[in-house]
Design a protein around this ligand. Structure first.
Ligand code: LLP
Length: 417
């Protein structure tokens, strides 16, 4: 459930008219709903129930400081994949002791910085990374809390580009080597073993792959206990899908209770790393129709947002709902490919969409709160969009639209001659 709805044929974000926001702040424009973010985060928190748990919001889904600050105020933890994301979390008022650090190639500087901030845990993805983290921790006179990301070799049944738990993916340590890797980690002086983690993919719409993965990890945790390695937490990663079209993903409550059932009476703390499930349907991308280009074979709605603003359709052939910001029942429906101004055939936001629109109308791409702005770029020297956070009947500009000079900030000309 989200807080975007039509009131008298006008799309609203909570109590704010989206058309008014677009004319005030210009387009392309990302609009987020605070109430939706809070509702989704709390659904996870409630689903985890009485069991000790930490929700580590996956910063990569949407790293705007206002978004992170809303999570921080609710007591959220964070899943980060770079020093930049850690800096954002701290800047937004997040608690570093609730941060888990994932990613296959953390640099020595990033590791040192994270240790100095006292993060909760490093999610380690390979044996050489164990050596690196131990070495850096020792040089700082510290012990790094670590978890090993286990690759359970499970088909998450999602798009190949966002599937991460198969043997052929670059992520994690193969489950067959896990015991050996833990024994090795236990022998390194700079490490303290605290967890086991996995993340098998994103946009999962079934519970069964999660359960299959958890069963494999619990068996591993039991084997580790037999060897005297006591694990404090199980981090189940992110990946819970959302409704873009007609998918019916599990509710956080059903997902969490399926996991809790497998855990039984083990005294493990549960960590979750949701990104999309919290943010996707908490945001929209608003764009203006520039031209309608009609032809015998195809109609194009050329809009002012492009693949540089929202890459998912171009990169994954992702389908996201496109709706008019104001419904105009008097207009005839037609089928359009909704495309942007970027000079690439792959620059589309949606194909074959039935829309009743005319030039200068606003349209909204739904479910754009996750992996929207964070994956945007300046391709074609386009300024990145502004971002708005709606809170009830108030709208806050939480990121200004980029200006032309920001496009070449840091660039220099060659000396004369
Ligand atoms: N934890 C780890 C270690 C991850 O790699 C990811 C996402 C998450 C948590 C959060 O997963 P989520 O709950 O959002 O599914 N750009 C793609 C999605 C890439 C996801 C990468 N990892 C997209 O737009 O669909």
């Amino acid at each position: 459930m989200d807080f975007f709805s039509y009131q008298n044929e006008h799309l609203h974000a909570e109590q704010c008219s989206v058309a008014d926001l677009a004319s005030t702040y210009g387009t392309p424009l990302y609009v987020y709903s605070r109430a939706t973010i809070e509702r989704h985060w709390k659904a996870f928190d409630k689903a985890a129930g009485e069991r000790p748990h930490l929700i580590c919001y996956a910063v990569k889904a949407n790293s705007n400081l206002a978004v992170l600050n809303i999570m921080a105020r609710m007591g959220s933890g964070f899943d980060i994949v770079s020093g930049g994301e850690l800096a954002r979390v701290i800047e937004a008022g997040g608690d570093p002791s609730k941060v888990v650090f994932s990613g296959v190639a953390k640099t020595e500087a990033e590791i040192a910085d994270a240790l100095n901030h006292g993060i909760h845990c490093f999610n380690v993805e390979s044996e050489p990374e164990l050596d690196r983290i131990s070495r850096v921790a020792q040089s700082l006179g510290k012990q790094a809390p670590i978890s090993l990301r286990i690759n359970p070799d499970i088909d998450a049944g999602t798009h190949p580009y966002i599937s991460t738990g198969l043997k052929e993916n670059k992520f994690g340590i193969a489950i067959e080597r896990a015991l050996e890797a833990y024994a090795y980690a236990a022998s390194l002086p700079g490490l303290k073993l605290v967890g086991v983690d996995c993340h098998i993919g994103s946009q999962l719409t079934e519970i069964s792959p999660f359960v299959e993965a958890i069963d494999k990890l619990l068996a591993l945790i039991d084997q580790l206990a037999e060897q005297g390695i006591v694990i404090e937490h199980l981090d189940v990663g992110g990946g819970l899908g959302v409704n873009y079209d007609d998918e019916v993903p599990p509710e956080p409550a059903d997902y969490a209770s399926a996991l809790a059932e497998r855990l039984g009476d083990r005294k493990l703390k549960l960590l979750f790393e949701p990104g999309r499930a919290i943010m996707a349907n908490a945001g929209i991308l608003v764009s203006k129709v520039e031209f309608l280009k009609m032809s015998e074979s195809k109609n194009f709605a050329i809009v002012d947002a492009a693949m540089n603003d929202l890459l998912r359709p171009a990169l994954y052939s992702a389908w996201q709902r496109i709706v008019p910001v104001i419904n105009k029942p008097e207009l005839a429906m037609a089928s359009y490919d909704v495309v942007g101004p970027v000079c690439e055939t792959g620059d589309f936001l949606g194909k074959d969409r039935e829309l009743a629109i005319e030039p200068n109308d606003y349209i909204a791409v739904r479910s754009a709160g996750a992996y929207g702005f964070t994956m945007s770029s300046n391709y074609n020297s386009r300024c990145r969009a502004a971002e708005i956070m709606v809170d009830g009947d108030k709208a806050h500009l939480v990121r200004e639209r980029e200006v032309l000079a920001s496009l070449w900030a840091g660039e220099t000309l060659l000396p004369e001659g």
